[in-house]
Design a protein around this ligand. Structure first.
Ligand SMILES: [Fe+2]
Ligand SMILES: [Fe+2]
Length: 216
């Protein structure tokens, strides 16, 4: 058995001790992620491992997440203290590395950043984040996620940005704060989207066209 297959089997076995609803969510995310991996030419084994790892600590009670974060040496902000569930990705990334022997840095980043995103994300992290957000149960709840799922097959970065816009609207509508780490990531995604290099080349003005004539 390859390293990655052994790691996957060990991670999957952990779900025997976790709620069945969480396992079902992870199975749906893994199916979405496999599909996106094929579209974006990613190694399916790495994607499967990250998908199974991403929510290993999602069902742990808040006090346990705070304790594990401290044990893992993770920085815990005031926002995290108010909402310890935000720590489940970072905790899982540390535990996958230290207990399950996962050395794939990009897969670990995918697990760590799947809730909030990050300014810099490898391809696998974009795939895991989007697969987590558009799995069938979630897109049934919110049809906008269906459009984001379709977009993820054409352009992962634009899909991420649309997800961030959707999240922004949800947070404002419900009176929830935006996490500073997510906001930093979002600002970078927006800036990159508007960079000149993403735009068509600037054409010289045609002096004969009255619309382009310099203002008097
Ligand atoms: Fe999660
Ligand atoms: Fe998830």
């Amino acid at each position: 058995m390859s390293d990655i297959a052994a790691q996957l089997a060990a991670v999957q076995a952990e779900y025997d001790r976790l709620p069945s609803g969480l396992r079902q969510h992870v199975e749906r995310v893994a199916a979405e992620a496999r599909d996106l991996a094929a579209r974006w030419d990613l190694d399916p084994a790495r994607v499967e491992l990250a998908a199974w790892g991403h929510d290993l600590f999602r069902a742990h009670p808040p006090a346990e997440q705070l304790r594990l974060a401290a044990e893992c040496g993770l920085p815990v902000s005031d926002v995290d203290r108010l909402e310890p569930v935000l720590l489940h990705g970072p905790i899982a990334a540390v535990v996958l590395r230290e207990r399950f022997g996962v050395t794939d840095g990009e897969a670990l980043a995918a697990v760590r950043d799947h809730t909030l995103g990050a300014a810099e994300m490898p391809l696998i992290a974009k795939v895991i984040l989007l697969a987590d957000k558009v799995e069938p149960r979630k897109r049934k709840r919110d049809p906008i996620l269906r459009a984001i799922r379709r977009l993820a097959r054409r352009d992962l970065d634009t899909a991420l940005l649309c997800w961030a816009d959707w999240k922004w609207v949800e947070e404002r509508a419900r009176g929830w704060p935006s996490h500073p780490a997510h906001w930093d990531a979002r600002r970078r995604w927006v800036a990159e989207h508007h960079l000149d290099r993403a735009m068509p080349p600037i054409l010289p003005l045609d002096p004969a066209d009255p619309d382009f004539a310099p203002a008097e």
